[in-house]
Design a protein around this ligand. Structure first.
Ligand SMILES: [Zn+2]
Length: 419
């Protein structure tokens, strides 16, 4: 992509109406734009990041046998009345009437849609287990939406629902999902900062699990056992007697964190009201056990920025960066222009993701500070000085030192770093 043809621009100054780091940097870098509090547009650079995170999540869900669907965002009141959540969760849902006066709402979760859907197809033990997931826009009528992508009124989520013949099968899949979640956080570059966190299980289970990513400005507080690498959330710390649930260690560290995912054993909480049953081997009818597994895709993007930035801008981990390379041209010399164009074309031919700052009306200083703000992992530069040595200068976004690589070896080098 040539930066001269990118329709968005960066913003130099700090934004007065954004409190959170993720919104500040993502808006200033030209990744997102705020339409209103908690509602953002994804611009070309931001949409690339979003798609990368989405694809990582999708691949890992397919790896644990998830089948992808796409469910409606617009829901009839009737489905939500069956589980009593139309009234119970009054304030979470955006609700309105259609032209005929029929009540409807925008989905903030999809148990009320997926359960009756699965009921249409699953009747026998032979049909189980079933794992269905989607990546969808969800809506929450938040009172306050001030944390950028961390707490949106409209946001993007992956939610997977699992259906089982018994609790044991549900437990096994729950463990599998846990592992898949850590693979996702690993691929997104935040595994080191992310901890399995015990949370309240609500009415149907002793505990549920959250995945909390530690950052200085996280909205949640967790109590971390460094020995076991697990945490307990604020809700249940009293219940656990301020001890680690696993090793009973009392030396827990209080940390600020962002919840990036959660997994729940729903058991019969939804299958019961929808009367979702199956016939077992003996022809006996049994209730289906359910689990649900959520990850905030847009929130994950915000969390990555909260973890990886400095005072100059974002520092994208390789796997979720919009591009791998930021090729920059700062000299107007004919030979430099031609040679840099050639490097760009060669990279394009090799399908290497590169943003090429070919803008004529920007100074070197402006280009470098834009590169730091946008935060692509590797900056590549060709100047008269480097050309004398038949080299380009390559600098990592998070390192001060740069190194020279022979122009003829650039593709080889890039293939090495993209592994
Ligand atoms: Zn412990």
């Amino acid at each position: 992509m040539k930066q001269s043809s990118l329709f968005t621009k960066t913003i130099k100054e700090n934004l007065k109406d954004e409190e959170s780091i993720n919104a500040q940097l993502l808006i200033r870098g030209g990744f997102i734009d705020k339409l209103m509090a908690g509602v953002y547009s994804y611009l070309p650079l931001g949409f690339l990041v979003l798609k990368k995170i989405e694809n990582i999540v999708r691949e890992e869900m397919i790896n644990i046998s998830g089948q992808e669907v796409f469910l409606p965002a617009l829901h009839p009141k009737e489905n939500w009345e069956i589980t009593n959540r139309w009234q119970q969760e009054e304030n979470i849902m955006f609700k309105f009437k259609n032209q005929r006066g029929k009540d409807m709402g925008l989905g903030w979760t999809h148990e009320e849609i997926i359960t009756p859907l699965v009921k249409k197809f699953v009747h026998s033990y032979k049909d189980l287990p079933v794992y269905v997931f989607q990546i969808q826009n969800k809506f929450r009528n938040e009172l306050r939406a001030k944390s950028g992508l961390l707490r949106g009124r409209e946001f993007i989520m992956k939610d997977l629902y699992s259906f089982h013949k018994d609790e044991k099968d549900l437990d096994n899949y729950h463990e599998k999902a846990k592992k898949a979640y850590f693979k996702i956080f690993d691929r997104c570059g935040i595994k080191k900062q992310t901890f399995l966190t015990y949370a309240s299980g609500g009415a149907f289970s002793k505990y549920s699990h959250e995945f909390q990513t530690i950052t200085p400005y996280g909205e949640d507080e967790i109590y971390l056992c460094e020995k076991c690498r697990l945490a307990i959330n604020k809700e249940i710390i009293k219940e656990s007697n301020y001890q680690c649930i696993q090793c009973k260690n009392k030396d827990l560290k209080i940390k600020k964190a962002i919840e990036v995912g959660n997994i729940f054993k729903l058991k019969d909480r939804f299958s019961k009201p929808f009367d979702l049953k199956f016939k077992d081997k003996n022809g006996e009818e049994k209730i289906i056990m359910m689990g649900c597994y959520g990850i905030g895709i847009s929130r994950l993007m915000g969390a990555v920025v909260e973890v990886y930035h400095d005072d100059k801008g974002i520092i994208w981990p390789k796997n979720v960066s919009p591009y791998l390379l930021h090729l920059i041209r700062i000299e107007k010399d004919k030979e430099i222009i031609n040679k840099t164009d050639k490097i760009y074309n060669d990279l394009q031919k090799e399908k290497i993701e590169v943003l090429y700052d070919d803008r004529e009306d920007k100074t070197a200083g402006e280009k470098f500070s834009d590169a730091d703000l946008i935060g692509i992992p590797y900056r590549v530069l060709l100047t008269k000085k480097t050309l004398e040595k038949e080299c380009v200068e390559i600098k990592k976004r998070n390192e001060k030192k740069s190194k020279l690589i022979k122009i003829k070896d650039v593709i080889k080098f890039v293939k090495e770093i993209s592994k």
